[in-house]
Design a protein around this ligand. Structure first.
Ligand code: J2J
Length: 538
């Protein structure tokens, strides 16, 4: 049975096919097209996989999972870090038509439970090295909460009956792939979110594969590409812009790193002659600092292109990239919901340093709306509205939220404030959604506020952004309590509930009451101002 999701209307679907955006191929084609290729596709530490080996590993895992009863149309909750098994698992599941959510490795109990609740998975695939799965307690609890859950498969597991590595090594039988149809859901992407529960984005083979192929074309990825993947590999940026899937499509090589620190990445770049990588702005700052300490940019000599996205890159930092690293900069403004914008490799410095690029597809429809939903002229700042061949049409099982996130014509309102120049280039000017962008990691204010309010000593809570020189933004929680709280106490409480570390408030302010706007909502603008003034004072 196919997974339900909001489809594109027939006329647009017909246009996207006619123009060749939708090629009616399953994402599994990304690997099968290279099945006879013995070039190295993937390096993780001392492990190397050729395309042939990667494809065979994915097929063997697909067989093993199918043998144990996983069926087309079911879903999987996957949590793997930057390891080869992430891709092997993704392709294995795609081959048997099981749609995964690839949770980030930083996610904890709250996020995992929310995903499980939404997709009702048949299987959990995770890593014993993650604190949640070090023992069986959380797994047992997930099984109790989710009657759909029949199976757990674990990396770094000694019990062969549920060891991911053992499954991958089981001999292959006759295998015929049964991916879901190309215009059905292939997997779920994670939304950065602005609501109480993290939302899921259904992505079809057709729409996702197009976004990968077109990204590869724009970024010039090919068999010579050596891509360092040092940001979370499951994130949309690292997976598809063009990311690792783009590298695989083009026949190049992915080298995995656990984090983007210079001490880890610089030697990898030199050793593997990396020519392209993707970073968020804070990592760029740290790399530039490290070059200063190194005394030269020599370890980065092979680097030709540095992609930067996920959060605002200042013009000053942008200009330092070619000057101090000696490679070209490409700005990437994307979202897991779809739309991706790139500065082009042939653009002049003004566009590359000052804009976040232009949409990748000629049929990306982008316009700027005022607060009433009316179109604004070029150059004016307003809401980003978009639809297109790879922009989703609705969050999974979220009719209420979808009613406000889309307009009547199916345009998605991303919550970003942008200006659009006559030549189609976008500049991100700010944000309207109630989200904190902590150096590319997104925090939905409401999610944290709800968790805080579950504490019986807390009466009101509001999470707002505060400026930070390295991360761009950090988070500050304003709390009205029945008694005073110390910051460590609040953080411990949230950590015990189980949320990703980056969501823990960086600063906590106890207040008597929260300021309200004229219509009685919490005045977050005022709170942001308060914290800015306080920071100046301190
Ligand atoms: C300012 N804000 C940006 C940029 C994203 C490629 C690149 C990034 C993402 C991503 C992605 C920004 N300047 N260059 O999925 O494929 C903010 C915007 C946007 C939100 C999306 C990709 N690039 N942003 O970051 O789903 O606010 O995707 O709406 O995590 O990040 O976040 P996310």
């Amino acid at each position: 049975m196919a997974i339900e999701f909001t489809r594109w209307p027939d006329d647009l679907a017909a246009r996207y096919r006619e123009k060749g955006y939708w090629a009616d191929l399953a994402l599994t084609d990304i690997l099968t097209r290279h099945a006879q290729n013995d070039a190295i596709a993937l390096t993780e530490g001392e492990r190397h996989y050729s395309y042939r080996e990667l494809e065979m590993a994915a097929t063997r895992l697909a067989c093993a999972l199918r043998r144990r009863g996983l069926q087309t149309g079911e879903t999987a909750l996957v949590q793997l870090g930057n390891v080869a098994e992430l891709y092997i698992t993704l392709f294995a599941l795609l081959k048997i038509g099981v749609a995964p959510v690839n949770a980030l490795f930083s996610h904890q109990r709250t996020e995992m439970e929310a995903y499980a609740r939404q997709i009702e998975p048949a299987v959990v695939i995770a890593d014993r090295k993650h604190n949640l799965f070090a023992h069986d307690d959380f797994l047992d609890q997930l099984c109790q909460q989710n009657p759909s859950l029949r199976m757990a498969v674990l990396l770094n597991e000694s019990d062969r009956e549920r060891s991911l590595s053992a499954f991958i090594n089981e001999p292959q039988e006759n295998f015929i792939a049964t991916p879901s149809a190309a215009d059905e859901v292939a997997f779920f992407q994670l939304s950065g979110g602005s609501t109480g529960t993290p939302k899921l984005i259904p992505r079809t083979h057709n729409d996702y594969y197009y976004s990968i192929r077109r990204s590869v074309e724009i970024c010039g990825f090919d068999t010579a590409t050596r891509f360092l993947c040092a940001i979370p590999a499951a994130h949309n940026y690292a997976l598809s812009s063009p990311g690792s899937l783009g590298v695989f499509y083009g026949g190049g090589r992915v080298v995995l790193a656990n984090d983007p620190s210079a001490t880890l990445c610089f030697p990898l770049i030199e050793r593997h002659q990396i020519n392209v990588t993707a970073l968020v702005p804070p990592a760029v700052s740290l790399w530039l600092q490290a070059i200063g300490e190194w005394g030269s940019n020599k370890p980065l000599e092979s680097l030709r292109l540095l992609q930067v996205g996920g959060a605002r890159l200042s013009e000053a930092l942008a200009a330092r990239i070619p000057a101090e690293i000696g490679c070209q900069l490409q700005q990437v403004f994307g979202m897991a919901e779809g739309l991706v914008n790139y500065t082009r490799l042939t653009d002049d410095n003004q566009h590359i340093f000052q804009t976040q690029g232009k949409p990748m597809c000629p049929d990306d429809e982008v316009w700027v709306a005022d607060e009433h939903g009316n179109p604004l002229p070029h150059g004016a700042v307003g809401r980003l509205m978009t639809r297109g061949p790879y922009t989703f049409r609705g969050y999974y099982r979220s009719p209420e939220h979808n009613a406000s996130a889309f307009d009547a014509n199916g345009f998605y309102c991303s919550g970003d404030l942008i200006s659009l120049a006559e030549d189609g280039y976008i500049t991100v000017q700010g944000r309207e959604k109630d989200q904190i962008n902590r150096g590319g990691e997104k925090i939905a204010a409401e999610e944290i506020e709800n968790l805080l309010l579950r504490h019986d000593g807390i009466v009101h809570a509001a999470l707002v952004s505060m400026e930070d020189s390295l991360l761009g933004e950090k988070s500050c929680a304003f709390i009205v309590g029945l008694r005073p709280f110390r910051a460590v106490e609040i953080r411990r409480y949230l950590r015990e509930l189980g949320i990703a570390d980056f969501k823990l408030p960086d600063r906590i302010e106890m207040v008597e009451s929260l300021p309200l706007t004229a219509v009685g909502k919490v005045d977050k603008k005022r709170l942001r101002q308060l914290i800015a003034d306080k920071q100046l004072a301190s």
